[in-house]
Design a protein around this ligand. Structure first.
Ligand code: SF4
Length: 260
């Protein structure tokens, strides 16, 4: 039997960049609460209304403090609220020329909390979601129907993913439609999703699937949207190794080597 080829080493998970989103998400309601309580102190006639506004602002800030088990238990409501903030301020970020930074910060903040949950107690059931545009556009291999149709030529990340998925017995889907990926994720009911996509779809995915904790990895779009996209394969491997309980390796399974 042929020796399986060496795959990229996972390495450590990179630091998450969620500070911008967290500052806005937590800072704006806290500042509003401070103003409202100051208003209550200074404006006796409308004190009740000011107090009400202050308490409402504190309630809006509260979910941003929930971490670990509290985040996991309340994840649907927390993600819904965080997504509202991310989507509401997206036009402003676009106008300021920092739309991607804003969305990536939202994703980074989400990833940080997911890492806190599963870093200590790894998920048992994981689903990997990948977009079809990672397949080289000239390639005719029918990987949507059968991942092992890939010839493992090394020209796109699919070959590395296929080898790792077979070896580690990972469950994954490569989809060309977001709604199909969401439907399959709901049907599979994983403890965690590890998803790769462009920033727009990552925001959409976190907004549409708030009930499933998701660790998200952005695509790099060197050739534009939806064409020959790429992502850090070691980052995906690191996420799976850090956040998901390993299954016994399939030492005697390797992909059929097809001739291109
Ligand atoms: S690794 Fe090669 S054969 Fe496999 S999907 Fe990518 S381009 Fe096609």
């Amino acid at each position: 039997m042929k020796e399986p080829r060496a795959l990229p080493a996972p390495g450590p998970l990179p630091d998450e960049r969620g500070a911008l989103f967290l500052w806005v998400r937590r800072g704006v309601p806290l500042a509003a609460a401070a103003i409202a309580f100051a208003g209550a102190a200074l404006h006796a006639a409308g004190r009740g209304w000011w107090m009400l506004a202050g308490v409402g602002a504190l309630a809006a800030a509260w979910p941003s403090f929930l971490r670990g088990g509290a985040f996991l238990r309340n994840r649907t409501a927390i993600l819904r609220q965080d997504s509202l903030w991310a989507n509401a301020l997206r036009p402003l970020a676009r106008w300021l020329g920092h739309e991607d930074d804003w969305i990536l910060s939202f994703c980074g903040h989400n990833n940080q909390r997911v890492r806190e949950v599963f870093g200590g107690r790894r998920a048992k059931r994981a689903l990997i979601l990948l977009p079809h545009c990672i397949q080289m556009s000239r390639c005719k291999a029918g990987i949507l129907d059968d991942l092992q149709a890939c010839y493992d030529c090394g020209l796109c990340p699919v070959g590395d993913y296929m080898n790792a998925a077979l070896l580690n017995r990972w469950e994954g889907r490569i989809s060309n439609r977001s709604h199909k990926a969401y439907r399959e994720a709901r049907e599979y009911r994983p403890d965690i999703i590890v998803a790769v996509s462009c920033t727009d779809r990552l925001l959409k995915g976190l907004t549409r699937l708030p009930e499933i904790p998701s660790y998200v990895i952005p695509l790099s779009l060197a050739h534009g949207m939806c064409v020959d996209t790429d992502f850090s394969v070691p980052h995906l491997f690191a996420a799976m190794e850090t956040l998901v309980q390993p299954l016994p390796r399939a030492s005697n399974i390797q992909p059929l080597v097809r001739e291109a």
